[in-house]
Design a protein around this ligand. Structure first.
Ligand code: GTP
Ligand code: MG
Length: 310
């Protein structure tokens, strides 16, 4: 921080700040973050509640640094894990310089929900209508016009996040509302999340893709070992997959170990692409009874527990 102030302190007009990305589950928040960065940093799946913790994605340009904070989708929590997820999402409002509220055009979100959302922030909030490929163009236009007329919003934008449509314009609009400030992070940094945790997330993403119903939600991943390559050897990564019950352990392993092998192969391919290195990935499955309901277990797995539950 001190170093970057010295490096950039004399540059006037540089803008930097935190941008909280908030919205209901599955609206495309993580896809948007990745589109801003041009990098597949945050995990994305077709299933709701993919993101469980906040994740910084640092987007640095010649005259700005937008520090995006991807958050878990806001929902009415049903268990301690979901309470942790909601608290984590809402806590990002405290530090946000700009709020980016994302809604899914396909759900024709009501104006009440959209308006209620903006209230707690008290700082510039932009509204992003994502997935506009799912509704006729005239309807998207009508929604954007209606919400823009309502005032209040610092801007209303349309995007198709997975294709990158509208993302550049949205980024420019966000940067206009960032405060004048030197960069907050070194400009080469992509995130504040350690690489081993990003690897854990890639494994969890694969579990969400390969397992069905409630099972993938009962999987928590912890990377136990991460050894940089020595000479020609691949990077060695060992991860534990925690499930809540013996029966789930059987499902994750699959007949003759087929499922866990597939999860392992697909995860390894993702990690190799991300690290641009050869990887040896070892997965083990362990039962941590009802971890989603137990604050102590959640803490062990690195989740923050809201103050009222400690
Ligand atoms: N058709 C369409 N699909 C999209 C668009 N943006 C994202 N998606 C898809 O929507 C699904 C959810 O995307 P995510 O980025 O994981 O959504 P999220 O809001 O981060 O979800 P949670 O982390 O569960 O809160 C994925 O299958 C994406 O590929 C879009 O503009 N159009
Ligand atoms: Mg997400």
């Amino acid at each position: 921080m001190a170093e970057s102030s010295v490096l950039h302190g004399s540059q006037s007009g540089f803008r930097a700040g935190f941008v909280a990305i908030l919205g209901l589950p599955n609206v495309g928040k993580s896809t948007l973050l990745n589109a801003f960065l041009g990098e597949r940093l945050s995990i994305v799946t077709a299933k709701a509640q993919t993101t469980q913790r906040r994740l910084l994605g640092i987007c640095s340009g010649p005259s700005f640094q937008a520090v995006f904070v991807d958050t878990p989708g806001l929902l009415d929590p049903r268990d301690p894990l979901q309470r942790s997820m909601r608290a984590e999402a809402l806590s990002t409002l405290d530090d946000a310089d700009v709020v980016l509220a994302v809604v899914d055009a396909g759900f024709r979100p009501s104006i009440d929900w959209v308006e209620g959302f903006r209230t707690p922030a008290g700082r510039p909030a932009l509204l992003c209508l994502n997935k506009v490929d799912r509704i006729p163009a005239v309807e998207a236009e009508r929604l954007v016009e209606g919400w823009s007329r309502g005032g209040g919003w610092a801007g209303v934008h349309r995007t198709i996040a997975h294709r990158g449509d509208g993302v550049e314009a949205l980024l420019h609009a966000i940067v206009d509302f960032l405060p004048e400030s030197p960069p907050l992070f070194p400009e080469d940094d992509l995130s504040d999340v350690p690489v081993r945790d990003l690897v854990g997330e890639m494994i969890r993403e694969t579990c969400l893709e390969e397992l069905s119903d409630e099972v993938p939600y009962a999987v928590a991943v912890r990377v136990e070992q991460f050894r940089e390559p020595a000479g020609n050897e691949p990077t060695y990564i060992e991860a534990l997959l925690y499930v809540e019950r013996e029966s789930q352990k059987g499902i994750v392993i699959g007949a003759g170990g087929r499922t866990i092998r597939k999860i392992g192969t697909r995860s390894r391919e993702k990690v190799e692409r991300f690290l641009e290195q050869r990887v040896f990935l070892e997965l083990r499955v362990k039962v941590l009874a009802n971890w989603r309901r137990k604050p102590n277990h959640l803490r062990l797995l690195g989740f923050r527990i809201p103050a009222e539950e400690t």
